[in-house]
Design a protein. Sequence first.
Length: 179
Amino acid sequence: MKMRVCFVFAALLVPVAPISAQSQDTGGLPQAVQWGMQQAMRDLEEKSLGITEETMKEEVGAEALQDFVDGAVLRLVLSPNGGFAAYTLEGGDLVSFKLGKQEFAVEGEGDWEDPWVARFGEYTTPKKPQKLTLKLDARGQEVVVECYNKHGKSEKDVTYYVGPLNGLFCMGLADEGVS
């Protein structure tokens, strides 16, 4: 299974920086952390284990994972019932996300949940795992980020984090019990 990660060039990160006051101290994570996360996800997929927070902590270390999660500029929670919640920091927006060929718009003003702006909606749960692509707007500039792992049916919520890690990196983590 070929996995791809779309990295945004450093020039595109400049407009994204204002939406992430939290990520200023975590954007400097070493490239080895990114490689470690990618290798850990490949290993877990090969073992047919779900990519969960607990398994990632064991693979890359609790501190490295926490630094990435704390530095996230966007969080997209996909529920098994077809609902989603998108959380962005002020100054940036999730315009839409694409699961396979289906695109879902993220609309509305959103609710302020300090420091996040939350928007809610519905999506069609895929029958088989699909590639997830996010379209962000950072100060009028469109940024597209492909998530490292695919999204499929699950028994629990799956949260996709987009954070600074040698560009923007997107990774989904699920609670235990993912099918």
